[in-house]
Design a binder for this molecule. Structure first.
Ligand code: FE2
Length: 236
């Protein structure tokens, strides 16, 4: 079925070129856009995405933290992320990719030059499929903050990268989830590239009451809207 690609809202989506975030100048078009009709394949594929991109580290619920001698270092958390449409209806069967750095702020990636240790028990990436209520649940450790090289003191606050696949290739949404109360949130060039404060607030997870949660982990709940006015801001 063909899907309409929504225009970008400049208030609730990130600015194209953001002062203090040099990479945006390379990622944003420097020339006026040229309109090109989308082809049938772009607007109707892929078929059977959940088989092409099968779950990794769990199905609806995943584990990146490990246990015992294989337990990753850091504060144990459970992320409960619900994927919703513009009416708040859950989107079951949605492929969601999740990745974040370890508790020292280090990614296992050749581009990560931060002098922080790799955790041998932490890989940091999962791919899950939302259940009937649109929910994925990930047991992991809280990511650390890390400095962004050559920026004169910009530190990324703890955050979790999320990629949500829609029904067509062009409707993939890549965004980031933040943790409540972190003082680095208000200085983060990526979060603050979204000008609307309510849209920024929607990027921040909610800490569930600890009395209701498991004894060994803090639970963070997050709603990720994929369409409409409350669409999660696109972030790298
Ligand atoms: Fe990151």
């Amino acid at each position: 079925m063909a899907t309409r690609i929504e225009p970008r809202d400049p208030l609730t989506q990130a600015q194209g070129v953001e002062h203090g975030y040099a990479q945006t100048a390379r990622r944003w078009p420097s020339q006026p856009l040229v309109r090109r009709p989308h082809g049938a394949a772009e607007l109707s594929g892929p078929r059977d995405l959940a088989h092409k991109l099968p779950p990794i580290a769990g199905k609806n619920a995943g584990d990146l933290a490990g246990t015992g001698a294989k337990r990753a270092l850091g504060q144990l958390v459970r992320l409960r992320i619900r994927v919703l449409d513009e009416d708040g209806a859950p989107l079951p069967g949605t492929v969601v990719e999740v990745w974040h750095c370890n508790s020292a702020g280090k990614y296992i990636h050749p581009n990560d030059t931060h002098d922080a240790p790799v955790d041998p028990n932490f890989y940091g990436a999962a791919r899950l499929l939302t259940g009937d209520t649109g929910l994925i649940e990930l047991r992991t450790i809280k990511p650390g903050a890390y400095p962004v090289p050559d920026t004169g003191g910009w530190w990324r606050p703890p955050h979790v990268h999320l990629s949500v696949w829609g029904r067509v290739w062009l409707s993939r949404l890549v965004t980031q989830m933040f943790f409540p109360g972190d003082p680095l949130n208000e200085h983060d060039a990526i979060l603050n590239a979204v000008r609307d404060p309510e849209a920024r607030e929607r990027c921040i997870a909610r800490l569930a009451p600890t009395a209701r949660g498991p004894a060994d982990a803090l639970v963070y709940e997050y709603q990720l809207v994929v369409r409409g006015r409350k669409t999660a801001p696109r972030m790298p």
